[in-house]
Design a protein around this ligand. Structure first.
Ligand SMILES: NC(=O)C1=CN([C@@H]2O[C@H](COP(=O)(O)OP(=O)(O)OC[C@H]3O[C@@H](n4cnc5c(N)ncnc54)[C@H](OP(=O)(O)O)[C@@H]3O)[C@@H](O)[C@H]2O)C=CC1
Ligand SMILES: O=C(O)CCC(=O)C(=O)O
Ligand SMILES: [Mg+2]
Length: 408
């Protein structure tokens, strides 16, 4: 079969009928989930296009499988494949806590400059939820994906580098150095947040809000405390609305309103801790969320819980200028369930549906949504939903994938 590639031309994705799509299976529960997911993707594409369109899957290595086979956690060929084929999908990869390798997930996003982590959060009918009205939670998170403390500029306590950094702080910024409560036993982390990084992320969020006829974009930040990073994110965010979309003050500001073709969007902001209580108490007031990397990480899992948990929380890492994208679940490797054919493959399956939408293969994506909805409605579900549903039938990971296919 020929090596058909997705490309971008004048900002528009060009998708051949049989594109090569690289995938990383993932660590832990990754292989179980990938098997179930690929079955669903292939069935949806086959059913929607009767063989005219087909994905040519190309496995690329990363994480434990890569290390075991090549001695390298993230072989160069993997990065090259994502660059070459533009659109890919991945399972979760393990990151050790406290030491060891840095996150491969973060490395992929940074290396490929996939600056927007887009995580839609909506409730599917019948999914068990801890709140009374989960249907009111319908948000799309735009998490900045390349900056913030995730840039990985850290100094481990007691190392030569940390001592050099402490000395630099002491000599050049004595007043600030004095604020370090226990300087002799402290490690340090640096949080870069730039105007360019903020602008492209907020622009992506606003463009999405117009395209999807959403009524607000909320800048979520902790700018009262971290004034020149999180606070600057808020200020630069409002600036984008003004300079690129002609925003006007809304009810005296700082909130803004922008309008295009008769559709109005409110640009507002909220401090992150208050936001975390409002998503439970007043979720209907929020639609598109633009936020920095760490806030976005926390907010993703918190919002996912409201609509049924991270078993059903999809996502995408996208560079809207270059067209490149890697789709992936919000959850991690859930290692305690590895190789048990147990966990919910819903997050990777829905990430794949997002990928198909991104490719313009809406019919195949819709088949996945309806298959998933019907499987849940018939209460045939994996352990995470089954334990919260009355009268449900417990399915394995692979069986749930098959159930989605049966219901397409
Ligand atoms: N993008 C990525 O590749 C990500 C990687 N990670 C990495 O994953 C590893 C494990 O992280 P951890 O903090 O345990 O978080 P995980 O998301 O892997 O798991 C936490 C809990 O979430 C639930 N869960 C996760 N996935 C599923 C699923 N598919 N179906 C149903 N329930 C699920 C399980 O809950 P319960 O126990 O209630 O059944 C699980 O114990 C770490 O190394 C971390 O760095 C983490 C996040 C993202
Ligand atoms: O890279 C990791 O291991 C964690 C990533 C993560 O939690 C996320 O992207 O939501
Ligand atoms: Mg996370």
């Amino acid at each position: 079969m020929s090596d058909q590639k997705i490309t971008i031309n004048n900002g528009k994705l060009q998708v051949p009928d049989q594109p090569v799509i690289p995938f990383i299976e993932g660590d832990g529960t990754g292989p179980d989930i990938w098997r179930a997911s690929q079955l669903v993707f292939d069935a949806a594409v086959e059913k929607a296009y009767g063989g005219k369109r087909k994905i040519q899957w190309k496995e690329v290595l990363a994480g434990e499988k890569a290390f075991n086979q090549t001695g390298n956690w993230m072989p160069n060929e993997t990065l090259e494949a994502f660059r070459e084929y533009l659109v890919g999908i991945k399972g979760p990869l393990t990151t050790p806590v406290g030491g060891g390798i840095r996150s491969l997930n973060v490395a992929l996003r940074q290396e490929l400059d996939l600056y927007a982590c887009v995580r839609p959060v909506r409730w599917f009918q019948g999914v068990p939820s801890p709140v009374k009205q989960p249907e009111l939670c319908d948000m799309v998170i735009f998490r900045e994906n390349t900056e913030d403390i995730y840039a990985g500029i850290e100094f481990q306590q007691g190392t030569d580098d940390e001592k050099k950094f402490s000395q630099l702080l002491k000599e050049n910024f004595p007043a600030r150095y004095k604020k370090v409560r226990f300087p002799e036993s402290a490690g340090f982390g640096i949080k870069p947040v730039s105007q360019e990084g903020t602008e492209r992320l907020v622009k992506a969020a606003i463009d999405y809000a117009f395209a999807q006829k959403r009524d607000s974009v909320t800048l979520v930040h902790k700018g009262n405390i971290m004034k020149f990073t999180e606070g600057a994110f808020r200020d630069w965010g409002y600036e984008v609305a003004k300079s690129q979309y002609g925003a006007k003050d809304y009810e005296g500001g700082p909130w803004q309103v922008i309008e295009k073709d008769g559709h109005k969007i409110i640009i507002k902001d909220v401090i992150a801790d208050a936001f975390l209580q409002q998503i439970l108490l007043r979720p209907a007031e929020y639609s598109v969320i633009a936020t920095l990397n760490l806030n976005g990480d926390y907010v993703s899992d918190a919002l996912a819980a409201i609509v049924g948990g991270i078993g059903i929380a999809p996502g995408a890492n996208i560079n809207y200028v270059e067209g490149s994208a890697i789709f992936e679940a919000t959850h991690g490797t859930a290692p305690k369930y590895a190789n048990q054919d147990k966990v919910n493959p819903g997050s990777v399956i829905l990430s794949g549906a997002l990928m198909l939408e991104y490719m313009g293969w809406q019919e195949a994506a819709d088949l996945i949504y309806s298959g998933l909805e019907k499987a849940i409605a018939s209460k045939k579900v994996t352990y995470d939903f089954e334990r919260l549903m009355e009268g449900a039938t417990l399915l394995k990971c692979s069986e749930f994938g098959q159930e989605i296919v049966n219901n397409m």
